[in-house]
Design a protein around this ligand. Structure first.
Ligand code: PAF
Length: 277
């Protein structure tokens, strides 16, 4: 496994990879969710490339970039046994050269849900992902379904900008009690960690209604809100029942649908979602 930081080293290392390349973009502090993306990238391509970059432009003014967990040595030790060919750890100066003023922005899809709560977040994500795509020239790029809106926005960006690659969205990895794996789970106190299963419980309750035949979107949103309100440590930010592709809130469920939510447990903000097929 080769680890490079500069753009010139990345380009040289990329040129030496013959055959198909799968890219897994990450911000490091890897957990099983990331590793499952890497395994899939490795299984579906001749080479797997992982980028590790804590992207400053996707953090809001009230989100502490300096507190984002980092442990490069541990990350590398987790990637090595998976047969990763190349790890790229660019610096902020490489990704954002002095004086840079070019952004990639997906419009309507970024207005609601996470985009409404975190202004500027998706502009940072799409800008950095476009740069990662340009530099690493992958055939496929892997993202987790847990960040459902991010996946939808990146799919749209890749199509709109004619990136010659496939965006692959992989299932959410969960702890045994249903909590979606996330680097943020480490911020939860013991009590908050127990309470955090409420997201899974609320989504499951709404899904159960759907499976019993309910198609009124507001009834599903109400069900999720009720389940969340029963957990004293949880503070709901939003719940949504939206069209899977457009992310527009629904009145009546017809096609593929995204149930999603953002919830605070203490100071930690968690998101989760289910897809109704
Ligand atoms: O999902 C993430 O970890 C980040 O948003 C990504 C896609 C690596 C871009 O910085």
């Amino acid at each position: 496994m080769k680890t490079v930081s500069s753009l010139s080293d990345l380009r040289a290392a990329r040129l030496s990879l013959d055959g198909t390349v799968g890219l897994v973009p990450t911000m490091g502090y890897l957990h099983e969710g990331h590793l499952s993306l890497v395994r899939q990238a490795k299984a579906e391509n001749q080479h797997a490339v992982v980028s590790i970059f804590v992207n400053p432009t996707q953090f809001g003014a009230n989100e502490d970039l300096s507190k984002y967990p980092r442990d490069l040595e541990r990350d590398l030790s987790l990637l090595e046994p998976l047969g990763v060919d190349l790890v790229w750890t660019p610096t902020a100066e490489t990704m954002y050269p002095p004086g840079c003023q070019t952004w990639v922005e997906v419009e309507a899809l970024t207005k609601g849900l996470e985009g409404a709560m975190r202004p500027g977040h998706f502009r940072g994500v799409t800008t950095v992902v476009a740069k990662l795509f340009n530099a690493t020239q992958p055939h496929k790029a892997y993202f987790g379904q847990k960040d459902a809106q991010q996946a939808a926005v990146i799919r749209r960006m890749a199509a709109d900008l004619n990136f010659p690659l496939e965006v692959v969205v992989c299932p959410t990895r969960r702890e045994a009690d249903g909590l979606a794996m996330s680097s943020r789970n480490k911020y939860l106190s013991e009590a908050e960690r127990k309470a955090a299963t409420v997201l899974f419980r609320a989504l499951s309750a709404a899904k159960e209604l759907y499976e019993a035949g309910e198609r009124d979107a507001e009834t599903l949103r109400r069900k999720m809100k009720e389940a969340l309100s029963r957990e004293p440590l949880a503070r709901m930010q939003y719940v949504s029942c939206a069209d899977y592709d457009s992310l527009e809130e629904l009145d009546v469920i017809k096609g593929k649908t995204l149930l999603s939510m953002a919830v605070f447990l203490g100071k930690t903000r968690l998101i989760d979602n289910f897809v109704l097929e």
